[in-house]
Ligand binder design. Structure first.
Ligand code: MG
Length: 177
């Protein structure tokens, strides 16, 4: 069996990190929660990156390190513990977003070594998911993501080995073995 994991809000507690790590640090730099929320509204639908955010608020690049430090605290350790048992060759990450930012985030969390391939896309995940299904057509391929919209355009008829799991923080132990 093969496993494709989403990164944000699956392997990594992205939402929690935003409020417990990012917002307090930006506040210290003089940016109010209101202004950050306003920025998020403005760039909605665009590819988020920390460097773009810092530039928007005219914060020096030095802040980047400060903003990215200790983010591994927000790893989804419970899930990663299960993934460690699966073996690197069976596990993939397909993440949506700004390539440089996503790859740096993934690198800093220290989870990269658990995955045989890390793919960042700026469009639908469909093409990459189906490519993995073709490559492993005699095996079941699980695609685990917290957004149901990422499942909508998948071709389950053409790829009968594909199974999706909508991740809401539930225990996946029974699937991951
Ligand atoms: Mg996600």
């Amino acid at each position: 069996m093969k496993y494709i994991f989403d990164f944000d809000d699956v392997l990594f507690q992205t939402g929690r990190r935003r409020y417990e790590h990012m917002y307090p640090r930006l506040k210290k730099a003089g940016i109010s929660t209101h202004d950050i929320d306003e920025y998020y509204q403005k760039v909605r639908g665009e590819l988020f990156s920390m460097k773009k955010l810092l530039a928007h608020f005219s914060l020096k690049e030095d802040y980047y390190e400060e903003m990215m430090r200790e983010i591994e605290t927000f790893n989804n350790e419970e899930l990663l513990k299960e993934i460690k048992k699966l073996g690197k060759s069976n596990c993939y990450i397909i993440s949506y977003g700004d390539t440089e930012f996503q790859l740096d985030k993934i690198k800093r969390t220290g989870v990269a070594s658990l995955f045989s391939e890390i793919i960042v896309v700026q469009e639908s995940k469909k093409k990459m998911v189906e490519k993995i299904c073709t490559k492993h057509k005699d095996e079941k391929v699980f695609f685990i993501d917290d957004k149901a919209e990422n499942f909508k355009d998948l071709d389950f008829k053409k790829y009968p080995n594909l199974k999706t799991i909508l991740y809401t923080g539930q225990n996946l132990e029974s699937y991951l073995q």
